[in-house]
Design a protein around this ligand. Sequence first.
Ligand code: 3PG
Length: 420
Amino acid sequence: MRFGIRTLDEASLRGKTVLCRVDINQPVDRETGTLKSINRIAACVPTIRELSDKGAKVVLLAHQGSDIEYKNFYTTKPHAAVLERLLRKPVQWIDDVCGPAAREKIKALKDGEILLLDNVRFVSEEQTLFEKKLRLTHEQQAKTLLVEKLAPLADLYVCDAFAAAHRDQPSLCGFEQVLPSYMGRLFEKEYCTVSQVMEAPERPCVFVLGGAKIADAFEMMNTVLERGVADRVLTGGLVSNIFLASQGKPVGQGSLDFIARSNYSEYIEKAAALYARFGSKIQLPEDLAWVEDGARREAALSQLPGDITALDIGSATADAYARVIQDAKTVFVNGPMGVFEKAETELGTKTVWQALAGTPGFTVLGGGDSITATEKYDLTEKMGYICTGGGALIRFLSGEELPVVKALRHGANIPESKVR
Ligand code: 3PG
């Protein structure tokens, strides 16, 4: 038991049916149906291998993409093929989550076999909408279709999805109410490492918040500033475009149209309110970059052409951020500074990432895109700690008890003897 949660050391697995929730949510190339990165799949291989090697019938539950905000649900089929390659073991897959076909397949599993179910978010109860509009208690989550249909087929529940530990959803918090529960090896490593760093973060403590996950970024920023965790927040990506717009600074009509099209206009007001309270700690770009005729262009905000779409921070901003990072004692990073996947718009992310690799401070990076950028620049070995979670990491850092941690602590009290 660590932090009140059972580890796999305490589980007896042979012949048991284990529901294992993983977070293998990866960027998908929708044109080819392939995964652009496989780091999260690789990260949960040790847990899956251990469960299978110890003779469990392994049923993997996972989400891919998100619903309301990002509208990018996708099947988990490509993940099964990747997993099979990494594990060097067959991984079965079914285009069902908890219907009769999935249940039959689970019942037919033999010891050591692995089955990946389709995207759990295809089941409406699992949608992230819950968090905003219809928050179910963990007891209520235990009564959802997903849990009621799958839990009776299983002996144990294992959660290895630290990256989704901030999500309050049935596949993450419902099973712990009815099944003896454990954290997987990845969850254990991530939760324990980050807990230790956070016990006494050295100051100054800087947060680098970029990317396009706006709801998360704003919630995190608010909390880490309000609770005094962050001494400074460096902004990039869509986050900084929204902040600049909130201050009436030029970001280009294309950027404003993008914000409106993505239904993020309400965040301009939220950014204004946050900036009014914490402006001295929030650092915004002084220049921005865009692409014109296939080439990178940059300008200081005051010189910015009216119609552009900003796709990266400018080089003066990147250098200023690098200096702040160099002097920081602890840096938490979530989200890139721009569209780093393209050569014309990677400079901001690349400069900031190189500064992270070079700072004597302790760096903690989280989130799929942050990890992808780290791999792209071959800096994995130079970072302090790389966490598969973005939102989960920052939510944890803000001092909140993560819903999944709470649920796993509850599930640690369900005796294995109660197993069917
Ligand atoms: C993540 O990508 O941060 C996790 O997989 C959680 O995904 P979500 O933000 O769509 O809930």
